[in-house]
Design a protein around this ligand. Structure first.
Ligand code: AMP
Length: 211
């Protein structure tokens, strides 16, 4: 069973590719952002603690997010499944804790995939994209229908997809998350993919390079 980590700035297409992996290749799509947004929507205690960080585009503190994620992995017994981690880890601290958890079950991350893309394209994509309010599927700005093609939920803009927060999230990626590239490079499992290609081509590259 494979464990993949998707890396790349916000808007690089991590969520979209993880979704395709779940539909076509039997992966569990572990969407950290969706899990956190659900906690906020359900007004859980954890949701209340993290709301401010998401609204400002800042990372939830390491200990807090990592405890929550490891607990989720244990509860859902993800060890013996194909899993694509989308949005976690985002810092070395988180990556080490994830490794420790998997290693204690005799498994490890197989590949870390960096979806590489320039800043101008990210801003264009994020400021126009929509998500389904019901199933969280992501839709590009040129999608012409008003409802989700899967579940017919209403399409909405993510509250953190506005220009100020987008810029903050890109800064956070550059300053905090890019340290992970070195972490996985040293382990010899980093794979780089060109994220400017269209969705299907990126998926073909992923399949060819890691499946
Ligand atoms: P995403 O949907 O992956 O873009 O994540 C949305 C927001 O959730 C981020 O801007 C952070 O505020 C928070 N977040 C998601 N993943 C993490 C993580 N691994 N560590 C800390 N904060 C996170």
């Amino acid at each position: 069973m494979k464990k993949l980590v998707l890396l790349g700035p916000p808007g690089s297409g991590k969520g979209t590719q993880a979704e395709i992996l779940s539909l076509k290749e039997n992966f569990v799509h572990f969407s950290t952002g969706d899990l956190l947004r659900n906690e906020i929507a359900n007004r859980t205690e954890f949701g209340k603690q993290i709301k401010d960080f998401l609204e400002k585009g800042l990372l939830v503190p390491d200990e807090m997010i990592t405890d929550f994620i490891i607990e989720y992995i244990r509860k859902n017994d993800l060890y013996n499944k194909n899993v694509v981690f989308d949005g976690f880890p985002r810092r070395n601290f988180q990556a080490k804790r994830l490794d420790d958890e998997l290693n204690s079950h005799g498994i490890s991350i197989d590949k870390a995939l960096l979806i590489d893309i320039d800043e101008k394209t990210i801003i264009e994509r994020l400021s126009s994209r929509l998500i389904c309010s019901s199933c969280n599927k992501i839709f590009p700005g040129d999608y012409e229908e008003e409802l989700c093609d899967i579940c017919h939920g209403k399409l909405i803009k993510r509250t953190d997809d506005n220009i100020d927060v987008i810029k903050k999230r890109i800064d956070v990626y550059k300053n905090e998350t890019s340290e992970l590239l070195d972490y996985y490079l040293k382990k010899g499992i980093l794979v780089k993919i060109d994220g400017k290609k269209n969705t299907q081509q990126v998926f073909e590259d992923i399949k060819r390079m890691v499946l």
